[in-house]
Design a protein around this ligand. Sequence first.
Ligand code: UDP
Ligand code: MN
Length: 330
Amino acid sequence: MVRRCTRFTYVVVFLMVCAALVSVTNIGQLSVFLRTKLHDVYGSDTGLYSTRFKLRGNLSLEYCQAVPDSLVGRLNIDIDAALQSAPPLEHQDVSPGGVWSPKSCVARQWIAIIIPFRDRQKHLDILVYNLVPVLKRQKVSFRYGNKTFNKGRLMNIGFTEAQKHDEFDCFIFHDVDLIPEDDRNMYTCSDNPRHMSPALDKFNYTMLYKGLVGGVLSFRGKHFTKVNGYSNLFWGWGAEDDDMHKRLFAAKLSVERPSITIGRYKMIKHDRKDVSPVRLDLLKTSIARYLKDGLNTLEYKLVETRLEKLYTRIIANVGDPPKNQTEHPL
Ligand code: UDP
Ligand code: MN
């Protein structure tokens, strides 16, 4: 029974932050350069922001800068040290469930970060420890969720549950083991879905293949709905991201990416378990299947929603894989 729970009960973590951080040293010069760079990368990311933050926030405040002066650029991430001693999760200004607002300006977007995870609490702690300061420096507002295998199903649950908590402008689907190495990689949404993690240390900071959208992927809600979310049929490791790439293609959505100097992540080392034997077969039907398999056919049981110090954890049961995986219903 315990084994079963470990295997098929998943967790979603939500962190809600509306951010603004104090300054950092050594910014002036860097931020001018960054601003230019980011405009090159993301094009015009204006006019998309909801007005409700203005309504929620202090009316006398201006919107936060699209690329704030508080960025520091390349970060020095030491994963081995973090694995040795669990990092402290201290952010007094973040309310339970992970809620935080900028004091000096009004955040432009309300973001849900959805992290699928199972049995990797330590990875989650390290990610949250590293990500919260980045989000604060970026002055984005976010909320953040987390779960695991069936990963696609968990992402869909995160998307669905997140919206019961708040209205979001932006959803970021985020592997638990990827730690951002550069805060110029903005945790926001632009006009197109954006694959934020093209350069991993594991692959020498090169993009493995052209259609890669795994790792960290941001979406406007309407775009995620347009592709019908992720497939619910990929059990175990592999290919749900490649299936998503085909969905994006079928829905005629193009994918943006930051440059590989900015879209850099360190991956926390781990074993690979439960490789899906049918993943490549499923990929053959992605385009024909995408409107019949996804958000509109999602089934799960919500087990618990818990307000943690820096995030909201949502535990959901996603059910069991079919006995014979080749006999999927579509
Ligand atoms: N994951 C998890 N527990 C697992 C398997 C996967 O939390 O047992 C989540 C976690 O967010 C992880 C993501 O699914 O980052 C992708 O799985 P994994 O890291 O094993 O695959 P990789 O992308 O490294 O090949
Ligand atoms: Mn991984």
